[in-house]
Design a protein around this ligand. Sequence first.
Ligand code: FNR
Length: 371
Amino acid sequence: SEIPLLFSPLSLRGITLRNRVVIPPMCQYTAHDGHLEDWHLVHLGRFATGGAGLIITEATAVQKSGRITHGCAGLWCDSQIPGHARVAQFALRAGAIPAVQLGHAGRKSGMQRPWFGNGPLTEDDFARGDMPWPPVGPSADPVDDGWPVPQALTTDDIARLIEDYAAAAKRALAAGYKIVEIHGAHGYLVHSFLSPLSNKRNDAYGGSLENRMRLALEITEAVRGVWPDDLPLFFRTSAVDGDPQGWSLDDTVALARELAARGVDVLDCSSGGIAGPATSSASGKRQPGFQVPYAARVRRDLGMTTMAVGLITHAEQAEAILAAGEADLIAVGREALVDPAWALHAARALEHDLQFETYPEQYGWWLERRQ
Ligand code: FNR
């Protein structure tokens, strides 16, 4: 019988994903001084044994001060490589491709872990040892009332940031990751330069669309410059701010065209986050597949490979998105927290793997023979 689209392999440059199921980056707020620990290996490892084709390690800071919280992951120094290497090696041995999202939290850096309040750090956090640091951004404009005022990056700061992105990408390669995703979404540093709601600069990095895109494109060039030609590069975007004065879907298409010209292979289409502390929906109440139209538009207009994400929870829903030509990859985030073996179960739901053949052989051999 025919292979469902969701379980057809996808080749990107020199690598092949076994299927179209992606685990998107999900912060665990459980790292120590940016180092991954056992939690991350088990958490991400379950998705690999659970059949996903691609697993993206959470937002990983390229500078210590670029962490969202004190519990966020990093690749700003070499001692952080082994923790990532364990994750990457385990994923590969289980047949999944390991990727890492490289980011800088910008004006949303140095906030509380979600379960400690999800806001700016308070006295209670200081007592816990979570001391604040000065956040940075395109301009001295806070995310919201009551949030620290960021320092506007100087052009020297920007040059250093770009170098640190490249250095972190080299460490990602040393760790064994096969794909880097640049975090350009959710109100963090790169997105805050793109959006006119947060970027009030009047130098080469602010004002016109071209200038607001400059940082994203320079980071992309620097990362592509150190990332091997046979390995893919992804970029996650907030395709819309959800504010008529903000970043628009037309802007996203313009950005995607420039990213593709600089060697970005996949646009990962999320949305929102410019004004709120948490990843927030741009369009109010979230509906199933609410961000799929963004991936569809970029794919249709540019012929670019896209990833859809956001409340995609069912195998048939994922298959329909692919069949409609709206995206090439399907990210399943929170539903994979419910069911880390979402991909294996989706294969059975689509009658692709009724004999447990795609299960890890440690399980599948027995299950196939089970009476
Ligand atoms: C996220 N999300 C997210 N996005 C991102 O670009 N980098 C990150 O590190 C994180 N961290 C994160 C942590 C947790 C616990 C959740 C639930 C989400 C957003 C995530 O990748 C995804 O885009 C959304 O969760 C929407 O997809 P689902 O969950 O509806 O499939």
